[in-house]
Design a protein around this ligand. Structure first.
Ligand SMILES: Nc1ccn([C@@H]2O[C@H](COP(=O)(O)OP(=O)(O)OP(=O)(O)O)[C@@H](O)[C@H]2O)c(=O)n1
Ligand SMILES: C[C@](O)(CO)[C@H](O)COP(=O)(O)O
Length: 376
């Protein structure tokens, strides 16, 4: 008999000052290939763990924390920040993956390898074998270090949550990583294969290197969606998850939210995974009257499973009535919340069709949407 599935959270530490990297703000908040370093890092874990706690400096604005991520205030050292993150999660999850916010290029494969190794081991962490010759010396080469058995340590470093928290509480000398903390407490840590691209942004040159890696590896996909629903009896319509009072309703098998259906279809399109009718057949009675956020969340989770993050959504509602303008911002915020992305990555706008065609005759509402998905 197998027990309940183990829950896993990530603690992403981002409370450092980034002094070696320079810049006006700490490295994890700086821009890298179109989004902040920390957004890349958090996106890498989205859909791969059950929860993300982001540890930030006390003076860091709370609204810098990405949507859907728990904020924890860190301490003066990496150890202290990790400990505060673990304490915030105490008793809530079985396992934890501790990761540097400054490692935005961690791959889904590395995260999954660490998670899988925790089925067999108390601790697991990614490493990469040293391939360069190692010298000892400062201005002249004084000796050559045998590199046999030397491994470069990376994160995420994974543990049973209570065990690593107890190890941090018992720590009496600083450690440079959580494997050091774990070993001091007698926890055995398995090494899994890391990845050369999983660099820690430490110096200004690392930004250029990270940008090159990201741009070389990126799989960027766009998808479009189009949907129409006919007006029928009713006193409101649901558009992009927002109820708008109106003299008529929209007809459909579900709640007829033409906006969310269109965005859902655009995501399936970008993934080349069919359409909403295939995933949620109108012939299936369980979807009768269903709230359409269910469909959008399915498409969002499928994108995450396939390793994609949603870069942006642009959605245009086409109707003469109701007026969308007064509700557009609420709709945008709702879509962003459902997709767990920042509000400025979503646009909801509207147009009339100049009284032409079926929308012009006020027979229904049409919608078109484009989404961009990015995998690296
Ligand atoms: N008090 C601290 C110090 C570090 N970190 C985090 O630990 C990770 C690895 O540390 P490092 O690369 O050394 O970051 P900084 O301490 O910010 O860099 P520097 O030493 O150059 O100031 C980073 O994601 C950093 O934000 C943290 O959460 N809290
Ligand atoms: C945790 C770590 O990233 C593993 O490689 C590393 O030990 C952090 O070291 P730093 O001294 O804080 O840069």
């Amino acid at each position: 008999m197998t027990g309940a599935p183990k829950t896993t959270a990530a603690v992403i530490v981002a409370a450092g000052r980034g002094t070696r990297a320079g810049g006006e703000i700490a490295k994890q908040w700086q821009e890298l290939a179109g989004r902040r370093v920390i957004d890349w890092t958090c996106a890498a874990f989205a859909g791969r763990v059950d929860h993300i706690a982001l540890v930030i400096a006390e003076d860091c604005p709370a609204d810098w924390v990405p949507e859907g991520v728990e904020r924890v205030v860190g301490g003066d050292s990496r150890d202290a920040s990790v400990r505060r993150g673990l304490e915030a999660l105490e008793g809530r999850f079985d396992r934890v993956l501790i990761h540097d916010g400054a490692r935005p290029l961690v791959s889904a494969d590395v995260i999954d390898r660490v998670k899988e190794a925790l089925d067999q081991h108390q601790g697991a962490a990614p490493g990469v074998a040293v391939t360069d010759t190692l010298w000892r010396g400062t201005t002249t080469v004084d000796g050559v270090q045998d590199r046999e058995g030397l491994i470069r340590a990376q994160t995420p470093q994974g543990f049973q949550l209570q065990a690593i928290l107890a190890a941090h509480r018992a720590l009496d000398t600083p450690a440079t990583d959580d494997v050091g903390v774990a070993r001091a407490a007698g926890i055995e840590v398995a090494i899994v294969e890391g990845c050369d691209d999983n660099i820690k942004i430490t110096t200004p040159d690392d930004f250029a290197r990270a940008r090159r890696i990201l741009e070389a590896d990126m799989d960027i996909r766009t998808g479009n969606g189009f949907d129409v629903h006919r007006f029928g009896p009713g006193d409101h319509v649901v558009l992009c998850g927002v109820e708008v009072p109106h003299g008529r309703g929209l007809q459909g098998h579900s709640d007829a939210d033409v906006g969310l259906h269109t965005i859902t279809d655009a995501i399936y399109g970008a993934l080349a995974r069919g359409d909403i009718g295939q995933h949620f057949p109108p012939s299936d009675p369980q979807w009768k009257g269903a709230a359409s956020h269910i469909f959008l969340e399915h498409a969002r989770d499928l994108a995450a499973e396939m390793g994609f993050s949603i870069s942006n959504v642009d959605c245009t509602l086409i109707c003469e009535e109701p007026k969308i303008g007064p509700h557009a911002e609420t709709m945008r915020d709702k879509v962003a919340e459902l997709l767990a992305i920042e509000g400025d990555r979503v646009s909801v706008k509207a147009t009339t069709s100049e009284q032409l065609g079926f929308t012009g005759r006020r027979e229904g509402i049409a919608c078109m949407a484009t989404v961009t998905l990015v995998k690296r």
